[in-house]
Structure formats: C-alpha cells, structure tokens
Unconditional design. Sequence first.
Lengths: 206, 109
Amino acid sequence: MSLALPLNEEQRDCLQELTNIAIGAAAESLAELTHHFVNLPIPVIRFVDTPELLSSFKKIEITAPSYVIKQHCSVGDLGFDTLVLVSDENITHLAKCIENESCDSVLDDTSQNLIVENLFKTISNTCFERLSEIFEQPVVKGSVDVVGRHVAPATIDMCSILDTEKTVAVEIYYHTEGHPFNCHLMLLFPESAVEVLAGSLDRLLH
Amino acid sequence: MARKQVARSLPDSWDVEITFAKNGVEGLDAIRAGKGEMTFLDLTMPEMDGFGVLENVFNEGLNAMIIVISGDIQPEARERVKKLGAIEFIKKPVNKEKLSEVLNSYGLL
C-alpha cells in the first residue's frame, strides 16, 4: 500500500520528469541491446513500506523465479539505489533478442549471469549518465550486487537489502514491442535521503 | 513540469495564446477546438500517448503543426513521429535556444 509521498506536487512532477528523461535514454540503450523498439510507460512513483516494495508494483511477477540486481550510487550528495528485476523466463527472451532468435539451447548459470550483468549495465549506466547531466553533479557508483538469483521477489527481504523502512520508489516497466521480453528498473531513495532529494528537485525547479 | 518548461522556453516576443493539456486526450480535444495550430507534444503521457495523438490528428486531418519534445530518444521513436506527421523531434530537456532555432527554421517566428 502506498503512503503519502513526502514531496510536494511540484517536486513530484520534477522527479517524474527527470526520471522520464533518464529512463528514456536507457530505453535507447536497451533498444540497441534487444534490437527491438522499447515501450516506455510513465514512471510510477510511490512511497512505500520497504517490505512491500516489490509487491506494490502490479506488473512485477512476485512469485516468478527472478534475478534481482542492486547498485548503490550517488549523484552529488543524493544517494540512492538502483534495482533491476528480471525473471528467469525473460532472461531467455532477452538471450533470443540479443542473438536474433537463434538462441534455442537452455542457458546455463554462467550465460544467464553474463546476460543479466549486461542488461543491468546497459540500463543503469545510461540512466546514471543522464541523471548526472541533469543534476550537473558527478555520479559515484558502488559495487553491483546480485541480491537474488532464481528467487521469487516475494521472498526477498528488501528491508535488509536497502537498510531503510520506507522508500521513495520510481519504477519503470520496460517491455519490447512485438517480443515478450520485459524487465523492471527502480530508483530507490531511502527515507533518510528524502530531504536531500527534495532540495535537489527544488534547485532544478528554481 | 514539462509543460511549464516548454512555455518558459518559448521566445519572449512570440505573440501566441498558450493552452496546456495534462494528457493526450485533453491535448487532442484542444487541437480539435482549434487551439493547437502549433503543438508541442510529449510522447509519454497518461490516457493517450503522443503516438496516439499524432495518429488521430493525422486520421482526422486536423490543423496542427506538431513538434514532439520527448525523453524517448530511440531512433525508431523519431522515425515513427515523423511518419505520423510531426515536423520535428526535440530531445528533452528543451531549452530556449534550441526551440527558437527550430521555430526559426520553419519560419514560425
């Protein structure tokens, strides 16, 4: 269940707009990777209790075995986490996209890991670059952590992973046109970062 | 925010009446009402996206010169909007200089 967003309407619009720009650039990178047009929905912004984070977004298949990858980063003094969630089934779809449908064999773990790593870097790096341009601040990236491999998102303890009880979450559902591949990108701001986030958005607005 | 940013980026001396639309359906209604001779159109919108607006404008033969301003910078997105009749595609974020340059190039200033 969503809580009242601790941003005013202008700040919320600004966050939606700048993430729209960042994820639009990431969609271009994803389109290059998948050789398919990527449908780009409006980012969904919610303030949620962290244990309910993944279940709060309707399009996430909460029981499907999936990879969940996280990376902490900061743009200036604004720290946040990036999460990519892709189901095992979609890793196979992605492999077919990348290999132009010639991939028929079952993927082993090494192949899956490489594909997922490639996907994560493709989406997140472009996203970070654009956010860095927008905020006019350098981006500092932490290590990439695979926090779940072949696990149902419902079983992941997001509180221990994000170390916060409440999160401002921006979720983007990417899906390719004419092909079943889809994945989720989330930008996650812990409750402790909300004041810095609001200040950063105010600076952009004014 | 995007609407305000575009409005702020318009040339100061441009004598026009500005109508804002919160989504594609409102935008299409405004164009049908004759308020969209020059339309700046986002692609990612609720209710009806920019592609949907372009298709309807094209199919209904509505009077609108449309410039798409979007964060969706996939080459195919650009191709699609041009095929649907948009005169130009500008990548977000838009600024005053870029907008004036485009408007000038089409003799709109």
